[in-house]
Design a protein around this ligand. Structure first.
Ligand SMILES: *[C@@H]1O[C@H](CO)[C@@H](O)[C@H](O)[C@H]1NC(C)=O
Ligand SMILES: *[C@@H]1O[C@H](CO)[C@@H](O)[C@H](O)[C@H]1NC(C)=O
Ligand SMILES: *[C@@H]1O[C@H](CO)[C@@H](O)[C@H](O)[C@H]1NC(C)=O
Ligand SMILES: *[C@@H]1O[C@H](CO)[C@@H](O)[C@H](O)[C@H]1NC(C)=O
Ligand SMILES: *[C@@H]1O[C@H](CO)[C@@H](O)[C@H](O)[C@H]1NC(C)=O
Length: 433
């Protein structure tokens, strides 16, 4: 895993070597060149040690016998059933290996921010694409070692970029005790949001021309089957995974196109997702989903706080007022059989899960909503250096300061360089043990 990156470093260094040599030859004994020589040797030593460290890691990271690092939680017994966990909510150990399937246009950006912040705060390795600032890792369900940045521990703790779920691929990449989380949304609401965000009318031949003044999604919904035949998505590699017209949530979770109309295959697919995923969140029950996430992951309230004040400009985002007729809805449901089966199933599952949590859940939910609002208001206020303590009946929970406010606002693009620096820090922490 570490090889491509380290050989890159080596090459860089060789380049430096060639450049430096003439100066060493011509003025060998000047102080300046001695200094340069020392600098060069020191950096060579550091690079050498890094290479050694990575190699060592590579050797010792066999999947069965992962090293237990400092501050690293030992893998939990894989056979502990969910029932046992639910009946004994405390004490539990925070789950630090989590893969979040960032299903498109399902409110997944808010959840992604929570995961990235968690990874940074708890000094974990967050999977990153090799190219800076790419929103996804891998392409069309295949993740190879070339797709992600070399991992200081040999494996990531948190995965929260866009990717198409592929059981084999993810189980190869992530540690064994990883918990999988996804999020879904009512399929027609998702389509409307997607049409607006990606300006999807561009990808259907003649749709823009046929639309005139009304929202293009209405023209599409009048005859989805006809327009799907005229669907011409961008062939750009980095677009392939983002633009989608049919059964998009099922596609993001790994259902193959050939199986879209196959009831048995769709049912098997849903059963597999239920088996693999610890939690499938539902946007229509967002705060409930977040509280369930906290409970399943054994995290703190601070860990799941998010900014619940929507920017006023975007408040109509994806909700432009227009009427969808029953006929349109019916057309869409028929055309997205798999997504409706998937959504309806997990919507029922989450309602059952919430009921099972008992009365404490509703109380926590109310407190969570209040806390989110209080924290968001403080962070949106003009107070330059907020210093506020969130308390529960049992005492102080966490401090709201500038740092937390900044981190809550930070999106993937701005987390990228921060998380890259964490990789370096992680290597040196290991080195310093
Ligand atoms: C699961 O755990 C129990 C005890 O915690 C143990 O008796 C049982 O053998 C385990 N099952 C498997 C399949 O590992
Ligand atoms: C899933 O990943 C594996 C290994 O990374 C790959 O061989 C396979 O083709 C992928 N499957 C799909 C359906 O993309
Ligand atoms: C439907 O899916 C099942 C299970 O994957 C498969 O056995 C069957 O051949 C498929 N049927 C069709 C018509 O493709
Ligand atoms: C939508 O339908 C309602 C009645 O069902 C009507 O009052 C409203 O004006 C319609 N809105 C648009 C944008 O057509
Ligand atoms: C924040 O307030 C607490 C008391 O509420 C105080 O102890 C602490 O020093 C303050 N922190 C800063 C950075 O002002």
């Amino acid at each position: 895993m570490a090889r491509p990156a380290t050989s890159g470093e080596r090459q860089q260094h060789q380049g430096k070597n060639i450049k430096e040599q003439p100066s060493i030859m011509t003025c060998l004994w000047t102080r300046q060149s001695l200094l340069r020589f020392y600098l060069f040797m020191t950096s060579l030593l550091v690079v050498g040690l890094l290479v050694l460290l990575c190699q060592q890691e590579k050797l010792s990271t066999s999947r069965e016998t992962r090293p237990r690092l400092k501050g690293w939680l030992p893998p939990q017994a894989t056979n502990s059933s969910k029932h046992v966990e639910e009946r004994t909510p405390t004490p539990c150990q925070p789950q630090t290996n989590v893969a979040f399937m960032k299903v498109h246009k399902c409110g997944s950006t808010t959840v992604q921010k929570v995961f990235l912040r968690y990874g940074h705060k708890h000094l974990l390795t967050v999977a990153l694409p090799r190219e800076r600032d790419r929103p996804s890792i891998g392409t069309a369900g295949v993740i190879t070692e070339r797709d992600y940045l070399f991992l200081p521990r040999g494996y990531p703790n948190i995965f929260a970029h866009h990717a198409i779920y592929n059981r084999t691929g993810f189980h190869n990449l992530m540690p064994k005790n990883t918990k999988y989380v996804a999020i879904l949304r009512e399929p027609l609401a998702r389509l409307r949001s997607s049409f607006k965000y990606f300006r999807m009318e561009r990808y259907f031949l003649g749709l823009r021309e046929a639309t005139r003044s009304k929202p293009p999604v209405l023209t599409y919904l009048e005859d989805p089957k006809k327009w799907d035949k005229l669907y011409r998505p961008s062939t750009r590699q980095d677009f392939v995974d983002h633009i989608c017209n049919r059964n998009c949530m099922s596609r993001d979770l790994g259902l193959q196109k050939k199986d879209y109309e196959n009831k048995t295959a769709v049912e098997n697919f849903i059963r597999d997702i239920e088996k693999d995923f610890s939690l499938v969140m539902i946007l229509e029950h967002f705060d409930q989903s977040m509280v369930l996430l906290r409970r399943r992951m054994c995290w703190s309230v601070e860990d799941i706080i998010y900014d619940n004040i929507k920017p006023s400009k975007k408040s109509n985002y994806g909700k432009t007022q227009y009427n969808i007729t029953d006929k349109m809805r019916q057309n869409f449901i028929e055309n997205n059989y798999a997504d409706y089966l998937l959504y309806n199933h997990f919507n029922e599952v989450i309602i059952r899960q919430i009921t099972k949590e008992g009365s404490g859940f509703q109380k926590e939910l109310q407190n969570y909503k209040k806390t989110n609002t209080v924290v968001s208001r403080i962070c949106h206020s003009r107070v330059r250096n907020p210093n506020y303590t969130v308390r529960s009946s049992k005492g102080p929970l966490f401090r709201v300061d500038k740092r937390l406010c900044d981190q809550m606002k930070t999106e993937r693009q701005r987390w990228d360089p921060v998380l890259r620096r964490d990789y370096t820090r992680s290597i040196f922490n290991r080195f310093g043990r």
